[in-house]
Design a protein around this ligand. Structure first.
Ligand code: M6R
Length: 374
């Protein structure tokens, strides 16, 4: 049932090209650039009149939501709030009937996420679910569902469900943008084409970085702490890299926005601290280039203090490889799609470190696959 893989997690990491492809299936047209969602009770009119999107989710799904905020705000020019579902209902949230609630959940059975959904509904919002399990609790109360077609995820650490969620969020952001008229048809077509190339690029990463991550695990599996840094849409991926490592290897890890380092965490850096820096850029996107340059100087601050940097960079980026000890290269993609590629080496790194430490990768201690209590 593990199809020859040693663990479900590794099998599921390797299933990502298919999971991503299946999540776009029947939803995008390469000819027209148009995006279609399943039929739902939320109308185009509701999307046009929406005051904001309120995302609630937990854990990895919350990280997908944080990345989704960048996609939706950028493409559909609609404000997005992202909450931990476990916090949402305790702060008497200000919701209005024009806000659309978006619940992101692999299982669709997470008690906190269901509670947040009920709070949203009670305040008069319509809710939409991004869910991997057809017919799950969250989808039964939602006015619409975008199913991630990742297939059953057995490993407690979420991998293919996460990249499928990012894909669904990208598709949703494009749909919103088309309905709201905030995107040209040329741009739509280009982004849909780029989206269709992502599964192939993930395949390429799986082939090219697995050995390297295995080697890196040898050098770093005894570290006591890890830092993960990223800016903008790459920051949620830093959080996700840290969560993967924490939950399966039991190494303490933190994700930080790169620019916040000088406001405190720089004090932690010494020669024993591995720092994973996401330093990718989309050369066609001026804000991405600017962010990249700032991240470069954050990396220099780490190396100047003898921190041991592992960078995630775009193929052919020699500036980074000359600056740091280790660079993992990934293919180029538009800024909003880079997260799907960046997370793959972080999953593999966490996996190989956990295996070296002799941890139970598929069933880490103290954790359950779906958390059905609040
Ligand atoms: O099923 P859900 O997506 O609602 O689950 C949310 C979290 O419990 C889940 O993502 C958890 O953080 C994973 N173990 C992370 O790998």
């Amino acid at each position: 049932e593990k199809a020859g893989y040693k663990h479900f997690m590794l099998k599921e990491i390797n299933e990502q090209p298919r999971a991503i492809r299946d999540t776009t299936l029947g939803r995008i047209s390469l000819d027209t650039g148009k995006v279609f969602l399943q039929e739902m009770q939320i109308t185009a009119e509701d999307f046009r009149n929406a005051s904001q999107i309120t995302i609630a989710a937990c854990g990895t799904s919350w990280h997908a939501g944080l990345a989704g905020k960048f996609m939706i705000e950028r493409l559909a020019r609609l404000p997005v709030e992202v909450d931990y579902a476990s916090e949402y209902r305790y702060r008497d949230p200000i919701a209005d009937p024009r806000a659309i609630g978006l619940l992101i959940t692999q299982s669709g059975e997470t008690a906190d996420t269901i509670a947040a959904q009920r709070e949203l509904i009670a305040k008069g919002s319509k809710t939409l679910a991004i869910c991997n399990v057809v017919g799950a609790a969250v989808t039964r109360e939602a006015q619409g569902t975008i199913t991630t077609n990742a297939g059953p995820e057995i490993g407690v650490a979420s991998t293919k469900a996460f990249t499928a969620q990012l894909t669904a969020l990208f598709v949703f952001a494009l749909h919103l943008a088309q309905v709201r008229g905030t995107i040209s048809s040329d741009e739509s077509k280009q982004l849909v084409e780029e989206l269709s190339r992502i599964p192939g690029k993930v395949e390429e990463i799986l082939r090219s970085v697995d050995d390297q991550c295995c080697q890196l695990a040898k050098s770093f599996s005894t570290a006591r702490d890890f830092l993960f840094l990223g800016r903008g849409i790459h920051y949620p991926i830093a959080l996700e890299g840290a969560l993967k490592l924490k939950e399966i290897s039991y190494i303490h890890a933190e994700g930080y926005p790169a620019g916040e380092m000088k406001h405190g965490p720089n004090a932690l850096i010494d020669e024993t601290l591995p720092v994973v820096c996401i330093a990718t850029k989309d050369p066609n996107d001026p804000s991405s280039v600017l962010k990249y340059e700032k991240t470069l100087s954050n990396i220099q601050e780490v190396t100047a203090r003898s921190g041991r940097v592992i960078a995630i960079a775009i193929e052919g980026d020699d500036t980074i490889s000359q600056l740091v000890e280790h660079t993992i290269h990934i293919p180029q993609a538009p800024e909003l799609l880079l997260p799907v590629l960046e997370v793959v080496p972080l999953q593999l790194l966490a996996y190989h470190i956990a295996v070296r430490r002799g941890c139970d990768v598929d069933q880490p201690r103290n954790l359950a696959k779906s958390v059905t209590v609040e």
